[in-house]
Design a protein around this ligand. Sequence first.
Ligand SMILES: Nc1ncnc2c1ncn2[C@@H]1O[C@H](COP(=O)(O)OP(=O)(O)OP(=O)(O)O)[C@@H](O)[C@H]1O
Length: 521
Amino acid sequence: MSIPAIDPKAPAVSLEGITKRFGEFKALDDVSLDLRLGEIHALVGENGAGKTTLMKVLFGAYQPTSGRILLDGQDVTPHWNTRKAISHHIGMVHQHFSLVMEHSVLDNVVMPTLGWLDLAPDWKKFRSKLSELQQSLGFDLSPDRLVGDLAVGERQQVEILKMLYQGAKILILDEPTAVLIPQQTERLLKTLVQLRELGYAVILITHKLEHATEYADTITVLRSGQCVATLSKGQASTSEVAAMMVKQEVATVRQSRAAQSDAPVLELGGVSMETSGVSVLDRVSLKVCRGEVVGIAGVVGNGQTELVDAILGLRPLTSGTVILDGEDIGSSDVLNRRAGGIAHIPEDRHAHAIVGEMDLASNFILGREGTPKFSRHGVLNRKRIGEFARHSMAEFDVRAQSAGARIRFLSGGNQQKVVIGRELSTQPKFIIAHEPARGLDFAATAYVRSRLVQAAEEGAGVLLISSDLDELVELSNRILVICGGRLVGALDSGHYDPETLGLLMAGVSVEADASVKTIEN
Ligand SMILES: Nc1ncnc2c1ncn2[C@@H]1O[C@H](COP(=O)(O)OP(=O)(O)OP(=O)(O)O)[C@@H](O)[C@H]1O
């Protein structure tokens, strides 16, 4: 029997007329997409456009309501599921990694491939196979390290290794750069290009449109569950793709123009913190005044999370003072600090900001259930909570079926908008915004940034902690640089030189002019 030649141009996967309903709601409406081996295919669209849902259909996590999934021309739709998808060489890295933190890199990569009957697994062989795989990708993870001890970029490498080890040739990555710092992002994109050269097909769900226009061979644009364009490389510019994605006007973002007062709304004096005897914050002193946005730049893991914990009262200080609006709040607990006017947009919404099983309305008032606005004599005023939620949904453009929908069924970006809406609607004196635009599409990002500036102009002080330098430069009236738990530099607006910022972030001392203050403790 002769072996049929494979046409490299033929689609490896075709999704034909996929419709997906959740109850009455149509998340996907007759969407088609062809994916070829040896291509990077970007999938772009606003928050809630249906990108993840479409890929979950391909990965077998959702059954389509109608439409067909074709692999090499064969209809595999009936009873399609994740197990079958993996056996047909399809792999997916979700927005939230599915790794076992207490297990090693080797265990995480190999275990999913072991069956119940593998009574004497050959770990030596697995180890060398993993090592070969790492070499071919230029990864250098110790197989014995616990995944819980790895940085987020390294965990993502484990997810990629896991997919490839399982034999995936069609790789789906859902917003892989959302959690990465710029250097890691560049690294990941290089890996994807390398995989394309090796003949793999990569589907890249992304809000970074420049990544789509620069790296993808094909771009599919989704809007409100429909495919509005399929573009070849070079066919559209980043701003043209952006225009295809949105219906509404995109907010313009600029720095706060509020008259800068000298009265600090938040003041830290010599704040230090230790974890198991190791210094994680070292004599941090800073002031945030009403009307200003102060940016904190730093490589992730240099004390940003601890800084937030110190301000919120989540962990004890070894020394130092925390003053809110002239009042020493060092001995107040978290609830009292929040009641005193601190709002917090946390970096990890799943761990710290939403309760997935609760509905949207309950999430909109989380932490304020007991206030007179929403309850009386311990009984929740459901009508008022519902009205408040519907009003907030409209104001913050949260797209969901209703205020009664469980929040875990919302798209990632819409969940983030709920958190931001909840925190800003308390008219706080001081806002800690930690990676506020993570997972948001570009229009929502612009909107959230403009709302933070608006909050500052209305009199709040904002501390913006971000790994996105563009965001810091765009919004901050001043930028402070944190490295190794210490503030090491302060830059004034108009003097944000990326090179100086990068050097300070890396802990390298710089020759500074008057606009850059290096901070010596
Ligand atoms: N299991 C589910 N039940 C109900 N509705 C759902 C479910 N999964 C997704 N949806 C809805 O389908 C729509 C599309 O969601 P999806 O997660 O695919 O969007 P997305 O384009 O990936 O957005 P984002 O960029 O914010 O991640 C959203 O309105 C979401 O609320």
